[in-house]
Design a protein around this ligand. Structure first.
Ligand SMILES: [Cu+2]
Length: 189
């Protein structure tokens, strides 16, 4: 039966034609894997997270060294298309700076360190306000008087940092208790 060899030839031609189609003419190069691995991690950003972050109307509640602590407020704005997370902060006139949230149980408002820092959604905002999230300054080394300006530095989860100039203002609120009542920290009198 001479059918077999002929079938085999047709099969080979078909395979060759599929192979040629598969190779393409270079038009779909973009879809293929690239050497160098620069696109391997889809989450890699072109610029530091700090570049997309601003703090609108940053202000600090006036406080003295004797008060010991106060807080920074404002509205954190992320104008990038990926979420950014503030993980730490520092201030030139405070020994310790923490990222706090306020929880309310009945009439008691208590503040504590916020787990995971402050995530700010892509093209979104996160308000820092009395009674809510705030950057807590503790162990003040200088009186922060109304009208003064000072620099707050924040660090993001990718290690990038940015600074804001905050103006000191009188404010009657924001007197939440610190969880654990750490008012006497230090004790070196
Ligand atoms: Cu606080």
């Amino acid at each position: 039966m001479p059918v077999h060899p002929r079938t085999r030839v047709l099969g080979a031609v078909l395979a060759l034609s599929l192979a040629l189609t598969g190779c393409g003419d270079g038009a779909d190069d973009d879809a293929g894997p690239r050497e160098g691995g620069t696109e391997e991690d889809g989450a890699t950003r072109d610029s530091p997270a700090a570049d997309s972050l601003t703090l609108d109307d940053p202000w600090i509640k006036a406080a003295t060294v004797e008060d010991g602590m106060t807080a920074v407020f404002g509205e954190m704005v992320n104008d990038g298309d990926q979420e950014v997370t503030v993980v730490a902060a520092s201030h030139e006139d405070a020994d310790t700076v923490e990222l706090h949230e306020v929880t309310t149980q009945g009439a008691d408002a208590t503040m504590r360190e916020r787990e995971g820092g402050f995530p700010i959604p892509a093209n979104g905002t996160l308000p820092l306000e009395p009674g809510g999230n705030h950057i807590m300054l503790m162990g003040l080394t200088t009186d922060l008087e109304p009208g003064a300006e000072s620099t707050v530095t924040v660090e993001l989860s990718d290690g990038s940092t940015t600074t804001f100039t905050a103006v000191v203002k009188e404010h009657a609120g924001a007197n939440e208790e610190y969880e654990g009542d750490h008012e006497d920290h230090g004790g070196d009198h």
